[in-house]
Structure formats: C-alpha cells, structure tokens
Write a protein that binds this ligand. Structure first.
Ligand code: CP3
Length: 337
C-alpha cells in the first residue's frame, strides 16, 4: 500500500515536494462544471453520485492535483436535523425553515447513514477511481457555521443572527451546536469508513465569536468531533490570524490558514503542527508568472515538513485556468535543495 503524499504531509512528515489541492477546486471556475450545471440543479448534482463523481474528478483530470475533494456541500448536514436548504442563484444558500426560538432546536437527529447515503456512495466510487498515491478528501461544516445558516436562514454578514441568538438564548444556542456536532462526528466517521483518506472540518465563520466564547463553545466541540476520527484531520476557520493557538489546539492533525496569515510567522507560532494554505485566492487573477513566484515564496516559507500547498480559501468564480495551472505546477515541480 502506498500512502498518499497528502496524508504523509498531514501527519507531519517531510515530503519530497508539497502535495497540492485547492478548496472549491471543483466548481464554477471550470467551464466543464458550468456546462454540467446547465443541465442539473446544485442539489441534483450533489445527490446523484454519478454526477458528483464526474464533477469531483474534473480538477483532477485538468490539473493533476494530489487530492480530490468530494463534490458536496457543508449544508447537507442540515438535513438530518430536519432543516431544508437550497442554493438560490445570485443569493446563495437559503434555509426556508430556520430556527426562530428554542422550540425550533431539534431534540435529536435522523439517521446520518441513511439520510446522507449519496455521499458514501460517492466516496466508494472515488476510492476506486483515484490513484493510491493521491488522496480522497472528505469534509463537513463545523457546528458554528452550520448553526449560523440554521438560525439566519441563509448567508448572514458578520453572522449577527447567530450571535444575537447566543446572547438571547444561551442554552438553546449550546444545544443547537451540540446537535450539529453529533451529526458531524457521525458523518465524518462514516466518510472515513467509505474511503476518505483525509477529512477537513470547515468552521469557516467561527472566528466571529469573541475569543473567550470560541474557547467555551466552539473549541471543545471541534476537539470532540476530531478526536473520534480514524484518519488525518484538517481544521479550517477563517480569520484566526491573531489566534493561531486556538486553532492549533482544536484537535486536528493539521491547520488550514487563510491568506491574511504570514506563513513564516505561522510556522514559528505553530511549532511542529502541520499547516495547509494559504495563497490569497484573488492572486490567481494575476498573470501566471506572478502566481509562480508568489507560490514559490510561500512554499519556501512553509518548508519541507508537514506542509500542504493550498489557497487561503476557495477558488473564486472567474479565476483564469492558466493561473490555477501555474499554482498547481509550482508545487508539483518543486524540489527542495
Ligand atoms: O471543490 C470543493 O472544495 C468541494 C466542494 C465544496 C462546495 N462547498 C461546493 C459548492 C465545499 C468544500 C464547500 C464548503 C462550503 N459551502 C462552505 C465552507 C467553506 C467555505 O468555502 O467557506 C460554506 C460556508 C458553504 C455554503 C455554501 N454553499 C455557499 C456559501 C455557497 C455559494 C453560494 C453562492 O451562490 O455563491 C454554496 C454553494 C456551492 N457549494 C457551490 C459549490 C461549487 C456553488 C454552486 C453553483 O452555483 O454552481
């Protein structure tokens, strides 16, 4: 058995070159994705394993990245708790039956295995179609980010609705986060059973909480979720630049940094903790030569041990293909001297 390069880096090993993949690598910047989406709705695409497999493999075929991230969405975890959702063009995610008071916080969840069976089917397929040297990456949303959608009923700048809910209904807030944490822990465990080599927890919005509240409500749940996973884990929370210690102690094997963090400083602060990231996704709108040099600087700063080359957040919608290719090639052709 060959261990995927990405798994070795996530475990903190020195690798001959950095493994590379991109958050949101499958999606709207690819013409072949947009073509398929003309024929199928977003829900249809993620819930039909054949279609989701095709979309997952599109960036693998085009760029030869070292990992494929299953084509799905964090919002699937709303369903076992009885929340519906859809993606509205030009608006974003919409939850038509949001939490309005403590009575709307579900006491229990439906069966995560049957409710999200299309995801495990997708992972079974991917583990058969992806080479042994490459990684299949599973993921889930973190409890705070999921609860934010469940309370606000959709995208919410500054996450004001969930923060207000936390102030008005602290016990219900805590219950809601715990319900999501139970679903997510079970969901990630099942993903690993179905062949995910690595899993990433996206609690993208959790940094909007004051640090003391993050410490009290969020970090213990991250630790609980991640400690039960029998595969390397990566934790992404956007905007944790001044709080890397909180991220480091979140229970993941590796931490994923956004683009506002200086890689060299991060390495000093994080010690031996493996790191993923963190090129500014908008830099991919620069010419390929600039992308190559900025990517090389970042790899240099990260060093050869426990490093996964990635962006600081997802690939943007209109990102030029040549620049994405230049980013990936820089990591793939890298040699440590
Ligand atoms: O390639 C990959 O990285 C895998 C797929 C993936 C998607 N969403 C596909 C998607 C992943 C890992 C996500 C995570 C996700 N989804 C997060 C956490 C990470 C992050 O990027 O912040 C969040 C907060 C969501 C919720 C969500 N779903 C948003 C904000 C959107 C975009 C809505 C919009 O109109 O801009 C979605 C829909 C979505 N998820 C799309 C894709 C490719 C766009 C669908 C389309 O319009 O074709």
């Amino acid at each position: 058995m060959t261990t995927p390069l990405l798994v070795r880096a996530a475990r903190g090993e020195r690798t001959e070159r950095p493994p590379v993949w991109m958050m949101r690598q499958a999606g709207r910047h690819l013409p072949e994705y947009r073509e398929l989406r003309n024929e199928h709705s977003f829900r249809e695409a993620i819930e039909t394993p054949e279609i989701a497999e095709t979309i997952t493999l599109q960036p693998y075929e085009r760029y030869d990245v070292d990992g494929v991230v299953m084509f799905s969405d964090i919002l699937t975890c709303l369903e076992p708790l009885g929340f519906d959702y859809h993606i509205e063009s030009g608006v974003g995610p919409v939850v038509p039956n949001p939490v309005e008071g403590p009575a709307d916080v579900p006491a229990d969840h439906r069966d995560v295995e049957t409710e999200l069976d299309f995801v495990y089917d997708l992972l079974d397929r991917l583990s058969a179609s992806v080479a042994e040297t490459d990684a299949v990456i599973g993921f889930a949303g973190g409890p705070f980010t999921l609860a934010s959608y469940a309370v606000a009923g959709g995208a919410d700048r500054q996450n004001g609705a969930i923060r207000r809910f936390r102030a008005e209904q602290p016990a219900a807030f805590e219950d809601l986060l715990e319900r999501f944490a139970d679903v997510v822990a079970e969901y990630l465990r099942l993903q690993v059973d179905h062949g995910a080599d690595v899993v990433q927890l996206f609690d993208t919005y959790a940094s909007v909480l004051p640090p003391a509240d993050y410490e009290e409500y969020v970090r213990p749940l991250h630790r609980k979720i991640l400690s039960a996973i029998d595969a390397p884990t990566i934790l992404f929370v956007r905007g944790m630049g001044g709080r890397l210690e909180q991220l480091r102690t979140g229970g993941a094997d590796a931490v994923s940094l956004d683009w506002t963090v200086d890689m060299e400083n991060a390495r000093e602060e994080l010690g031996t903790t493996p790191v993923q990231g963190n090129l500014d996704p908008t830099l991919l709108f620069a010419d390929p030569e600039t992308v190559r040099s900025r990517t090389a600087q970042m790899i240099e700063a990260a060093g050869p041990r426990g490093y996964i080359c990635n962006l600081g957040h997802g690939v943007g919608k209109e990102t030029p293909i040549e620049s994405v290719a230049a980013f990936v090639e820089t990591a793939k052709n890298w040699e440590w001297n």
